[in-house]
Design a binder for this molecule. Structure first.
Ligand code: ADP
Ligand code: NA
Length: 333
């Protein structure tokens, strides 16, 4: 009984990567263009703050993320594109969800354990509560579908648990049970230097990732220098077992060419990396360099970006406000 509605967010914590693009943003664009969904895409600046952000950098990174969305094909007329902190209903619903979620649920989140590390005593309270705010981001729009990379699956299970407990505790069916959408060959893009680590903006090695702001030369160089093994590429995916770096490059190749990983390996079976890498580098440049050029162009017009985000926030509030109001009524506030 809920209208099909897509919500997803990305943190403006600086340095969008090819992982963000293939695992998330590209999927956002597809869902926007498929039609049949109302799409809501958010720069989750309040999430970014759960670890220290320099104020000026946070402002800049938020604009850059917006530029990244638009350069990748998000149309702010079609999709609702906005900044989390400009829609206060997210935080207002998050407080209600802080009272619904259990300490034990939050403590089991692997991202909390990874990010807080051995020094949990010194992590921010916000970092611990992050998944409850994320549930509010989604449910304040009654979103039914959330496209994300693999690493967000557990948080989305928690979102469902919060919706279920709220619905049960208040004897209602007010919140939808959201579906996680992870699809394609690149739901988990790995580091170019170490196949056991996720490609991430927080990796200290710049060579480990392709940034969405990298120019053609940088993209090609990083692919050519990506870590691999000495063996030629096998006939099938089974042959990539135990070769995570090779598997990662095949996944990237598949995702950039919009084919399955099975098709991808069949296309390049028997090739040496000395043959495969230049082809992949050319493909990555062809797909990614126009996006980084367009991002640079958009970043020269920060006022226009701010205006787009302000309009998006207004549209978002139009949806979120009545849902928050009804939530408050249900709980007796
Ligand atoms: P990051 O993980 O880089 O800090 P976010 O947490 O804001 O970025 O994630 C934004 C989106 O990008 C999420 O949907 C996440 O699953 C996806 N994502 C991030 N890194 C990768 C990756 N290496 N491969 C695939 N998807 C990714
Ligand atoms: Na992430």
């Amino acid at each position: 009984s809920f209208a099909p509605r897509v919500f997803s967010g990305i943190q403006p914590s600086g340095g969008l990567t090819l992982g963000n693009y293939l695992g998330a943003i590209r999927r956002f664009v597809e869902m926007q263009d498929e039609g049949g969904y109302e799409c809501i895409y958010c720069m989750v600046d309040l999430h970014a703050m759960t670890v220290w952000q320099d104020p000026a950098a946070l402002t800049r990174n938020t604009r850059e993320l917006c530029a990244g969305f638009i350069a990748s094909g998000i149309d702010p007329e079609k999709a609702v594109l906005f900044n989390q902190s400009q829609v206060p209903e997210h935080v207002q619903l998050a407080w209600i969800f802080n009272t619904v979620a259990r300490m034990g649920w939050m403590g089991r989140m692997t991202q909390w354990k990874d990010k807080a590390g051995k020094n949990a005593e010194n992590a921010s309270l916000g970092l611990f509560a992050y998944p409850a705010l994320m549930a509010a981001d989604i449910l304040v729009y009654h979103a039914t579908h959330v496209p994300v990379g693999e690493d967000q699956r557990q948080h989305l299970e928690l979102t469902r648990d919060i919706a279920l407990k709220f619905n049960y505790d208040y004897e209602t069916e007010f919140f939808p049970i959201t579906e996680t959408v992870t699809e394609g060959a690149a739901t988990r893009v790995m580091s170019l230097r170490d196949g056991s680590k996720k490609m991430s903006k927080s990796d200290p090695s710049d060579a480990s990732r392709i940034n969405m702001t990298d120019d053609a030369d940088a993209i090609a160089k990083k692919i050519r220098k990506a870590r691999t093994d000495p063996d030629p590429l096998p006939e099938t995916l089974d042959g990539l077992e135990g070769r995570p770096e090779a598997r990662n490059l095949i996944n990237i190749y598949a995702a950039l060419s919009d084919i399955s990983a099975e098709r991808a390996i069949a296309n390049v079976a028997g090739q040496q990396f000395s043959q495969f890498k230049p082809m992949l580098a050319e493909l990555a440049v062809e797909k990614m360099a126009p996006i980084s050029n367009e991002m640079a162009r958009l970043m020269e017009q920060p006022d226009e970006i701010d205006a787009i985000l302000a309009r998006g926030a207004e549209r978002a509030r139009g949806i979120a406000e009545p849902i928050l109001k009804e939530t408050y009524r249900i709980v007796g506030l």
